[in-house]
Ligand binder design. Structure first.
Ligand code: SAH
Ligand code: DHB
Ligand code: MG
Length: 228
């Protein structure tokens, strides 16, 4: 049997995408604005965006934290799925990305539900944790999708900002299978491996990994729920 590869992953992703993800002007406009703004095209795929919507709805999340906004494509998916009064806080290093994201969120009609905090996540996360900043409550869903070197520290903060039942999702934990290269000196791979080992050693988490293929290749999500 011929080994399935990128061509068929793309076709199958398009097949299910066409069935399950209606053509959406605001989402398409966001991707176009990202491209025109010179942002890297590393947003989640349409079916993965729908997966984020699914997570918000399945958990009944009212408070969502995203680490890594880019142009807000994933943010729009999550913000739209929120119940009345729900909020997304999304953290972005680059002012330029945040500006594009703010416009995309506004066009999608969700700007008033979303707060973009600009700066290194390691500087904005402590602000979320400090009760004085008015962010008192824990988050219900946390999507980690920023620099992979940062994942171990982001996991610590995610646990800090969670409650029993909080769902923590991390993107890009497989990276074409590179994650298994234990001797790699690539800080991205080291970051993801250390993250995975911390998740495994954390008794407060029930966790798994789902490998994914699709239009953006071979990768995967780590999924965890906070137990206590
Ligand atoms: N979640 C987005 C994609 C995020 S891409 C989507 O699916 O649509 C990763 C983003 O993380 C980039 O915009 C990058 O600028 C940002 N980033 C990188 N390092 C960061 C840091 N230290 N703190 C916050 N954001 C960071
Ligand atoms: C890449 C993809 C991502 O989803 C991400 O968050 C960062 C980088 C990439 O394909 O390089
Ligand atoms: Mg990603």
């Amino acid at each position: 049997m011929k080994t399935p590869g990128q061509a068929i992953w793309t076709k199958v992703d398009r097949y299910f995408g066409d069935l399950l993800v209606p053509v959406d002007d605001a989402l398409n406009a966001a991707l176009k604005a990202n491209e025109q703004g010179g942002l890297p095209q590393i947003d989640v795929t349409p079916l993965q965006g729908k997966f984020l919507e699914f997570l918000v709805r399945a958990t009944g999340a009212r408070r969502v934290l995203e680490i890594g906004t880019l142009g807000g494509y994933s943010t729009i998916w999550m913000a739209r799925a929120l119940p009345e009064g729900g909020r997304v806080v999304t953290l972005e290093l680059e002012q330029r990305h945040a500006r594009v994201a703010q416009r995309n969120l506004k066009k999608a009609g969700v700007a008033e539900r979303v707060e973009i905090l600009v700066g290194p996540a390691m500087e904005t996360l402590p602000k979320l944790a400090s009760s004085g900043a008015g962010w008192g409550e824990p988050f219900d869903l946390i999507f980690i999708d920023a620099d992979k070197q940062g994942y171990p520290e982001y996991l610590k903060w995610a646990l800090n900002l969670s409650r029993p039942g909080t769902v923590i999702v991390a993107d890009n934990v497989v990276r074409d299978g590179k994650v298994i290269h234990d001797k790699s000196i690539d800080p991205l791979i080291q970051g993801v491996r250390q993250f995975a080992e911390m998740v495994a050693a954390e008794p407060r988490l029930c966790a798994t990994v789902l490998q994914t293929v699709g239009v953006k290749g071979y990768d995967g999500f780590a999924l965890a729920v906070v137990l206590r």
